[in-house]
Structure formats: structure tokens, C-alpha cells
Design a protein around this ligand. Structure first.
Ligand code: HEC
Length: 130
């Protein structure tokens, strides 16, 4: 077939050798090529995959709740221990306490500007503590 096209097969061999042998210039950093795509494939930060309960657990630390409240002996002693808050309070009650602390007695907890979506996650966590 090649012969019919008037191109000697040797020509293709040369192209093949050129393509494979010379594709990489001597001294070229092969690692740079292989590392770059790997970096972009690093999975998203863990919080993107957290369940609401796990997210609530994370927020309890991040929003500073842990500074005043303890859970399982970890955290501050300035306010009620929340280790079993899920057996004492309903999810709705906990949510309102987080979003508007002064609206529920005794109302000593300061308002913390927690977003509703954050409150949902905190409730998902705290209401499982029984
Ligand atoms: C500056 C200290 C402080 C911080 C920070 C704080 N709280 Fe409180 N919290 C209190 C105090 C004091 C009480 C108890 C008095 C009251 O109910 O007002 C309380 C009560 C509560 C209660 C009711 C507990 C019960 O059984 O009656 C819940 C639930 C609660 N806090 C959740 C949270 C969450 C969630 C956060 C973080 C977003 C948080 N708190 C941050 C001081 C704090």
C-alpha cells in the first residue's frame, strides 16, 4: 500500500523514530509534566464532603462554641455541658437557641451571628448527643 502511494516504508519508520525518540528533548523535566495534572486532581477539601452532622461538629469548634461549652469533657466550662443536649432539648429549641439565644431563657448566651445553614448543621450534630 505504501509502495503504491509512492512513499517508501522507510520514510514512515523515520517519522516513527523521530516522533518517539525526539518527542522529549534531552534534559526536559519529565516530572513537571506528570506532577501538574496530579496537583489539579487533589480532592476537594474534606468539608465539601462532610455530612451535616460532621459539618456541625466542625462548626462547633470553628464558631467558638467549644470555648464556652464542653462536649464529652472537651471544651470550656463557662456554659452548660452539651454532651446530652439532644435528650434535654428538641432540635427546634436548639436551633432557636443558636440563632437567637436571648429569645430562650435564661438568655445569657451571647448572640453569635450564626447563619441559618450553620445552625442547621449544628442542630444535626447537637441533637444526636443523647
Ligand atoms: C460566650 C460563651 C458562649 C458561647 C461562645 C456559646 N454559648 Fe451557648 N450558651 C452559653 C450560656 C452561658 C448558656 C446557658 C445560658 C442560656 O441558656 O442562655 C448557653 C446555652 C446554650 C444552649 C442551651 C443548652 C441547654 O441545655 O439549655 C445551647 C444548645 C447552646 N448554648 C449552643 C451553643 C452553640 C451551638 C454555640 C456556638 C455557635 C454556642 N452555644 C456558643 C454561652 C455560650
Amino acid at each position: 500500500m505504501f509502495a503504491k502511494m509512492g512513499i517508501p516504508p522507510v520514510f514512515f519508520l523515520l517519522i516513527l523514530l523521530f516522533a518517539t525518540g525526539c518527542a522529549q528533548k534531552p534534559g526536559e523535566d519529565q516530572d513537571a509534566k506528570t506532577v501538574a495534572p496530579a496537583v489539579t486532581q487533589i480532592p476537594a477539601p474534606p468539608q465539601a464532603q462532610l455530612t451535616p452532622r460532621e459539618e456541625g461538629k466542625r462548626l462547633f469548634d470553628e464558631l467558638g462554641c467549644v470555648g464556652c461549652h464542653a462536649i464529652f469533657d472537651r471544651g470550656g466550662a463557662l456554659a452548660t455541658d452539651l454532651t446530652d443536649v439532644g435528650s434535654r432539648r428538641s432540635p427546634e429549641w436548639i436551633r432557636q437557641k443558636i440563632l437567637d439565644p436571648a429569645s430562650l431563657p435564661p438568655g445569657q448566651m451571647p448572640p453569635l451571628g450564626v447563619k441559618p445553614s450553620e445552625a442547621d448543621a449544628l442542630v444535626a450534630y447537637l441533637s444526636t448527643l443523647k
